[in-house]
Design a protein around this ligand. Structure first.
Ligand code: LIP
Length: 271
């Protein structure tokens, strides 16, 4: 019997490699940078080209499947998750890194599986529900650290520059840093930050303001590596709420939740 999800995941891995090669070529060339919701929310022709490549190719192979794509939503397509198999696509996660020539870039998912390709490092992260998480074929396991004082936490500043929001971001970081913890890191892409949790390199990652396409693939990679996901208020993760905590275990997740000054961005599926 054919395994639909394995076929779909194999297709996603092949497409991520193709997309990675387009992204690597573009890094060598001049890129035209455009703006989306604000002057720090960037997009390039490469983001749009890669998303189109992924959607066209998946449509041809799985004509009944649906899509939520970062650049399609920016162009006015709806952001609605139904029961129909849905591909959640982030063509270049870490566009700001890409524009500035930094090396952490990634790609995409389905809720049955997740694929994140860090194409400059050539690291292919994959996970399928119930079947574990891997990087270039090597099994991933989260860190077994239970002491917050021995932990590294990843987060990002995001792309909202409203002073009240920036104040809350700094206040949360300050409180978490002074618990104290070993350090704060952030590589500029939610997907890669989540893969670092799955790899055991950092204990947790949290952010408010990300979108469903930034975290969908990483979410399954984290849970398949043995980690946990929750909302920044400690409740269950809501993929559309634009808030996430991904951690190696509940103890670390709940400890940082206590220090986060939560706020509520406009939901991804708000019409
Ligand atoms: C980015 C995220 C990053 C976050 C930014 C942005 P993009 O995704 O992965 O972690 O801080 O706000 O959403 O826009 O480069 O795909």
């Amino acid at each position: 019997m054919t395994d639909l999800w394995q076929n779909a995941m194999d297709h996603a891995v092949a497409l991520a490699r193709k997309a990675g090669s387009l992204v690597r070529d573009a890094v060598q060339n001049d890129m035209k940078v455009m703006l989306k919701s604000s002057s720090v929310d960037l997009v390039t022709k490469t983001d749009q080209k890669v998303e189109q490549l992924i959607i066209d190719s998946v449509k041809e192979k799985f004509p009944t499947h649906s899509f939520i794509g970062e650049e399609s939503v920016a162009a006015g397509e709806p952001c609605v998750l139904t029961d129909n198999p849905t591909w959640i696509v982030d063509p270049v996660d870490g566009t700001t890194n890409f524009v500035h020539g930094h090396s952490f870039l990634s790609c995409f998912s389905q809720l049955e599986f997740g694929v994140v390709y860090s194409c400059i490092e050539d690291k292919m992260y994959t996970a399928r529900k119930g079947k574990g998480a891997f990087c270039n074929g090597q099994i991933l396991n989260v860190s077994d650290q239970k002491e917050i004082s021995q932990s590294i936490i990843a987060t990002e500043f995001g792309s909202n520059r409203d002073t009240e929001v920036v104040d809350k971001i700094f206040s949360s970081m300050r409180k978490i840093l002074c618990l104290p913890i070993h350090g704060i890191r952030g590589v500029g892409t939610a997907a890669t930050n989540m893969c670092l949790v799955a790899s055991g390199c950092v204990e947790a990652y949290y952010e408010i303001g990300i979108h469903c396409w930034d975290i969908a693939a990483g979410a399954i990679i984290v849970t398949e590596a043995g980690g946990v996901l929750m909302d920044v208020d400690g409740g269950p993760l809501d993929l559309m709420s634009r808030r996430v905590v991904a951690a190696n275990n509940k103890i670390i997740a709940e400890r940082i939740v206590k220090e986060i000054d939560a706020f509520t961005p406009l939901r991804d599926d708000a019409s």
